[in-house]
Design a protein around this ligand. Structure first.
Ligand code: 4AD
Ligand code: MG
Length: 452
């Protein structure tokens, strides 16, 4: 027999041929004359209907068991599914005791419930859909960059720089018999990367458009619905970028292109979320794609917050950081749609952000993209390319020695440039409407929790 994936069988590949399908049982319905099974192998949200003689039934054929089915692929009379597998052999490869198995047949378990079983939740329809959307969105982002002339750079996970300087870093130490200098393997303090930006900036000294897409790590002590200790970030760096508008255009293009790709290529899986898990969210996604994203300044955002009658837990004076509650309010104010906020106070952003010297208030050319339900999705800036200004800022922070190589980038062929980082897990929250970031990543790591 020809081995088929469920998705291939569902599309009628090898119709009339002897085929074999392997997967996990999603439903079992023994009837007088016939046995009906649904088998899923992760290739599609839909399961393949298997029909066999009643004698093929086996007490070990239960929800969750692994099976291998051989038979002939036929046209089905069912309107819901055009093809079915007429089985002449069903072999139970791995049994699954339905009493102990945490998921029950025909039940729709909540995301919170399945989160308790990180080693098993991929066997549910909803998490299966999530994983396929995640994979498709990853492909969509890579294809956006490929189509727009960006070169992918593998930036390191182990690094000796703390790009953001926010202090939320994990240190790296060695252990074991080959231990060097009390665990100081690299002879300098090393960390898990918080951002690949500085490495991208190195390469952007020779390549006009580069990007990276991988893990970032932050020892964020807060248990929130949008923070992970290990998350995925999409980062791009573009040389010869003169204005924040140019950067904003790339962010918006990427957001739109990736989202349209996912809606088109993962329609069934996205619909599962938009229809069953987060009803009503599809309208928000459609509205997000309809218009171009408005741009306001930080100062305007502060004015919006000051004019509001809401009592915020945190102050809203000029110079204050925008907290999640502020971001959500600003998004609501803008029609519950995405909004870019630009020109943040100099003191709120890291050393690399470009000084807006011409502004009356001391600000930098930085931009955040705020989106409904999530708040900050993306942060970027023009980078300070002027050697004297950058050196002065690093000296003030006592970092001039640490970053002497970074200063070198401004000594040898420095150009105006800028870039951004988009939180990929938050992006999935944003398009699917998922409330908790732990439900959009296969293996969430957060404070006090590293299961598996
Ligand atoms: O705003 P951030 O800290 O920006 C940077 O790291 C820049 N160096 C990026 C760059 O310009 N190349 O992080 C970027 C994005 C945030 O907007 C947020 O979406 C996401 O990364 N992010 C997190 N996502 C999940 N969990 C966390 N703990 C996150 N911290 C940041
Ligand atoms: Mg940020």
């Amino acid at each position: 027999p020809i081995k088929l994936r469920v998705s291939e069988a569902l599309s009628g590949a090898e119709l009339g041929a002897n085929v074999k399908v392997q997967g996990w049982v999603r439903s079992v319905r023994p009837q007088k004359k016939n046995l009906f099974l649904h088998v899923n192998d992760g290739s599609s949200l839909q399961s393949l209907q298997v029909v066999g003689r009643a004698e093929l039934d086996d007490p070990l054929l239960t929800f969750g068991s692994a099976v291998e089915v051989s038979g002939v692929l036929k046209k089905s009379t069912h309107q819901k599914q055009p093809f079915e597998l007429e089985a002449d052999q069903i072999r139970v490869v791995g049994t699954c005791n339905p009493i102990d198995f945490p998921f029950k047949i025909k039940e729709r378990h909540s995301l919170e419930y399945i989160r308790q079983f990180p080693h098993l939740r991929c066997r549910t329809n909803v998490f299966g859909s999530l994983l396929r959307v995640r994979s498709e969105a990853t492909a969509a982002i890579h294809s956006y960059f490929k189509n727009n002339g960006f070169v992918q750079i593998h930036t390191p996970i182990i690094t000796s720089n703390d790009c953001e300087g926010a202090g939320e870093i994990f240190s790296v130490q060695s252990s074991g018999p080959q231990d060097v200098d009390d665990g100081n393997f690299f002879s300098v303090p090393t960390f898990l990367t918080v951002s690949g930006q500085l490495h991208l900036e190195v390469v952007s000294g020779a390549f006009s458009r580069v990007y990276t897409f991988g893990q970032s790590f932050r020892a964020d002590n807060s248990q929130t619905r949008r923070h992970l200790a290990e998350f995925f970030m999409v980062e791009a760096e573009i040389s010869f970028t003169q204005s924040l508008e140019d950067l904003i255009k790339v962010i918006e293009d990427m957001f739109r292109s990736a989202t349209e790709h996912v809606l088109a290529h993962s329609a069934e899986d996205v619909d599962l979320f938009h229809q069953r898990v987060t009803p009503g969210h599809r309208a928000t996604v459609d509205a997000m794609l309809k218009k171009s994203i408005p741009v306001i300044t930080y100062t305007e955002a502060i004015d919006i917050l000051k004019r509001s009658s809401e009592n915020f837990d945190f102050p809203t004076d000029w110079g204050c950081d925008l907290k999640t509650e502020h971001e959500k309010y600003v998004v609501k104010h803008c029609g519950n749609l995405p909004v870019f906020v630009t020109d943040y106070p100099y003191d709120l952003k890291p050393f690399y952000a470009r000084d807006n010297q011409e502004h009356s208030e001391r600000t930098v050319a930085a931009v955040d993209l705020l989106v409904p339900g999530v708040g900050e999705l993306c942060g970027g800036s023009l980078r300070e390319e002027r050697l004297d200004l950058l050196r002065a800022r690093l000296e003030d922070a006592g970092l001039a020695d640490t970053y002497s190589w970074y200063l070198d980038l401004r000594r040898f062929g420095s150009v105006p440039h800028g870039g951004f980082g988009l939180g990929f897990d938050r992006y999935l929250q944003c398009i699917l409407g998922v409330d908790n970031i732990k439900d959009v990543i296969p293996f969430p790591r957060f404070v006090q929790s590293c299961l598996l």
